[in-house]
Design a protein around this ligand. Structure first.
Ligand SMILES: Cc1cc2nc3c(=O)[nH]c(=O)nc-3n(C[C@H](O)[C@H](O)[C@H](O)COP(=O)(O)OP(=O)(O)OC[C@H]3O[C@@H](n4cnc5c(N)ncnc54)[C@H](O)[C@@H]3O)c2cc1C
Length: 180
């Protein structure tokens, strides 16, 4: 099976002449304020940065849009909230009964990244590490506790002894809380 995706390109044409700065998406600061200051932006139309790689990111993901919406809404209402960035890759799908999850820097784009792959009983697991931080994960088949791995990727937590465990058995929420 070959799957092809075209990606997401925001329509920015209507902002021409508005004074609101754009690049691949609407440019915002960490408060998600646009260059006009009084106008905020969130969601698919915005250019932020990838939390893991730091690369510019125009996200097409609902989860990132929700996170941004909360930050922009809080700041528009006079509160203080900061958006540090989203995950470019965060996909979950099931094809013909085969579950698949991919999160974070799955192509190991951070220089010096280490990749660990485990194949067992028809399942595939790939983990990407930047020293002892988990930066990316792919699960095919056995997807138990993928949410814990996602939380570890987002948190940037140092894994210590859990780095070995992460590839051999599913890490649990308790592992995440205790850390190394
Ligand atoms: C088919 C499909 C499947 C998807 N599946 C997933 C998935 O599995 N997981 C995931 O994380 N994400 C998925 N997404 C992406 C997700 O839906 C978006 O990332 C998310 O909805 C972005 O939210 P948003 O508020 O930025 O934009 P939108 O949800 O697109 O909201 C923009 C709103 O603005 C309105 N609007 C547009 N122009 C104007 C105008 N001129 N005046 C007033 N209103 C206007 C639109 O009608 C719309 O209601 C999918 C998207 C599509 C299309």
């Amino acid at each position: 099976m070959v799957c092809v995706a075209v990606g997401v390109t925001p329509n920015l044409a209507w902002l021409a002449g508005s004074g609101i700065a754009t690049d691949q998406g609407i440019l915002v600061d960490k408060r998600l304020a646009t260059s006009s200051g009084a106008v905020y932006a969130a969601g698919d139309v915005v250019q932020t940065r990838d939390l893991i790689t730091g690369k510019p990111l125009v996200s097409g993901l609902w989860t990132n849009a929700v996170d941004m919406g909360k930050v922009a809404g809080t700041n528009m209402a006079g509160g203080k909230a900061s958006y540090e960035g989203g995950l470019e890759t965060m996909n979950a799908t099931e094809i013909e009964g085969l579950a698949m999850i991919s999160v974070g820097d799955i192509l190991a784009e951070i220089p010096g990244s280490e990749v660990a792959i485990r194949r067992r009983d028809g399942s595939y697991r790939k983990l990407v590490f930047d020293h002892d931080r988990l930066t990316g994960a792919v699960f095919i088949g056995e997807i138990a506790n993928a949410g814990v791995y996602t939380a570890l990727i987002r948190s940037g937590k140092q894994l210590g002894r859990l780095k070995e465990t992460a590839i051999t058995r599913p890490l649990t929420y308790a592992d995440f809380c205790v850390g190394r």
